[in-house]
Design a protein around this ligand. Structure first.
Ligand SMILES: C[S@@+](CC[C@H](N)C(=O)[O-])C[C@H]1O[C@@H](n2cnc3c(N)ncnc32)[C@H](O)[C@@H]1O
Length: 508
């Protein structure tokens, strides 16, 4: 076989270099052949488009977590339906697309304050001013064809940006935000050149594994380039003050992925929100005058959307366990001019009162107090994009299912008969999604699954024993299914989102 390959290469492909090639070691010949074969396949378009699209390595997870996810995405039901090759291909695409940002920025427009067209035009003007561009063409804002309060901005990237010798290293979260259009805030900076001054042009790198020491002058660990920017602070103002630093440290001028920074852009009229999160508000379907419960509310993106959909008429009760996050909900509500939101610090597992006659403004509430309940559950967050590395253990990953079930119990008790419960997560595991639905339908015979509107995602994933008619009622945003397809029209944004899951129940 080896001889045949060598003969093929030397006689057919490289006849002129026959002597030189044949004198090489057999090991080198085999390696050479594989590279050459790969090159030919790529030329012929045989190699998966996934590899063409990837500029970052696949998401890095603990081996035990990767194996667990592989077993989820290659479970028996999936294997029987699509076969091992397709299942493996989808899993590999998933690992690739999770480390890359979605190709659209999604903006929710405050249509309770102004018509969509007016917000669209104001946004265009504002972005033209921000980019100092006289040209209309470079700013593309597409109204979503099916979601009437969504504007989509195509992300331009990856762009060919040259790396510079001056390097600033930022934390992974900050790096991820940069890939979605943010500037670098000073508190996200981990390392900078020793003599960095305001106005210096630097290359920004994201520290993938969180191993860079704050205040370092260089970093040799795992990092990825996210673009070039201009320093707005000296090194000494970033690292040598006793106070926590605030404000933009590096203004990105040549980001690898270009998307407008929404910092301070039309704050009352636009709200940056992932497309599936906007879909959640519509699926819940709140109506003016109703009493709605948002059980896990911070930072309040969905709470505010619910209030806006109700025309700010009725009552939206927002509960959040972490006291330090409560302020964010109130600030967002204030910014968006919404008065129907009441915020409380509460562990929602304990939000049900044993006294059904008790009438209080805040928790605990008597059973059957709400017309609709949103349980946007705390979850493993594996659907978030971009995410290049996640350090959590399998034990941590598995810890969410029991917590979500405790919250679910409270949600069902607090919902009125005839009321709607929406359960959502920004993760991709079966355990936190379809398995929860199967468990809920079994545990609460009063619940039935309902159709969702709008429907932009795929149906639920096989593997939790749900029959096809129930899977069709679920909505799973699975970016791996469209990874590698070219973007262009607004519809493409429906596939290229974060990983997300929505289930809608009616309490009979
Ligand atoms: C997925 S996030 C919610 C995002 C939010 N719905 C939005 O759209 O802006 C989940 C939130 O639940 C909170 N949380 C976790 N456990 C909770 C509990 N037992 N009771 C109430 N909130 C909880 C977390 O602090 C976190 O802010």
């Amino acid at each position: 076989m080896n001889q045949a390959l060598v003969l093929f290469l030397t006689r057919v492909v490289f006849p002129k270099h026959f002597c030189t090639f044949s004198s090489l070691s057999p090991k080198f010949k085999v390696v050479f052949f594989f590279f050459f074969f790969f090159f030919l396949c790529a030329k012929a378009g045989v190699v998966s488009k996934t590899e063409d699209m990837s500029i970052f390595p696949k998401i890095s997870l603990k081996p035990e977590v990767t194996e667990y996810l592989r077993s989820v995405f290659m479970n028996k039901e999936v294997l029987a339906a699509v076969g091992p090759q397709e299942a493996e291909c989808r899993f590999q695409k998933l690992l690739s697309c999770l480390s890359h940002p979605p190709s659209y920025t999604c903006v929710r427009a405050s249509t309770h304050l102004a018509p969509l067209e007016e917000i669209h035009d104001k946004l265009r003007e504002e972005l033209k001013r921000q980019t100092c561009s006289p040209s209309e063409d470079c700013i593309q804002i597409l109204p979503h064809p099916r979601v009437n309060d969504v504007l989509l901005l195509p992300v331009d990237g990856p762009r060919p940006v040259k790396q510079l010798s001056s390097e600033v290293v930022v934390g992974a979260q900050c790096g991820n935000a940069v890939l979605r259009g943010a500037h670098v805030f000073a508190q996200g900076i981990m390392a900078s050149p020793k003599y960095m001054k305001v106005g210096d042009v630097v290359s920004v790198f994201s520290d993938l594994e969180g191993s860079c020491t704050r205040g370092a002058t260089s970093f040799q660990g795992k990092k990825v380039f996210v673009g070039n920017g201009v320093a707005e602070m000296d090194r000494s103002s970033i690292f040598c003050t006793g106070e926590p630093v605030r404000g933009v440290g590096i203004r990105m001028v040549e980001p690898l992925y270009q998307s407008p920074s929404f910092d301070g852009v039309l704050p009352s009229l636009t709200f940056l929100q992932n497309l599936p999160s906007v879909v959640v508000g519509h699926v819940l379907g709140p109506r003016p005058g109703e009493r709605i419960l948002d059980m896990c509310a911070a930072p309040g993106g969905k709470t505010c959307h619910i209030a806006a959909l109700m025309g700010d008429q009725g009552e939206v009760v927002a509960l959040e366990k972490s006291r330090n996050k409560i302020e964010r909900i109130s600030r967002n509500a204030h910014m968006l001019n919404l008065r129907s939101i009441k915020t409380f610090c509460c562990n929602s597992i304990q939000a049900v009162s044993s006294d059904s006659a008790q009438v209080t403004e805040g928790p605990p509430f008597p059973p059957e107090s709400f017309d609709r309940v949103l349980l946007d559950a705390p979850c493993s967050g594996l659907g978030q994009r971009p995410n290049m590395a996640l350090g959590f253990s399998l034990k941590e990953l598995r810890s969410y299912q029991p917590l979500q079930r405790k919250l679910f119990h409270a949600a069902v008790r607090l919902l009125k008969k005839g009321g709607v419960l929406v359960y959502s997560t920004c993760t991709i595991t079966l355990a936190e999604n379809e398995e929860q639905v199967a468990w809920a339908l079994h545990t609460f015979p009063c619940l039935t699954l309902q159709p969702q509107e709008p429907r932009l995602g795929a149906e639920g994933m096989l593997g939790a024993g749900l029959p096809p008619e129930q899977l069709r009622l679920l909505q799973r945003f699975s970016p791996e299914l469209s990874w590698g397809r070219t973007a262009g029209k607004a519809e493409a944004a429906d596939g290229d989102t974060i990983g997300f899951f929505i289930a809608k129940f009616l309490k009979n």
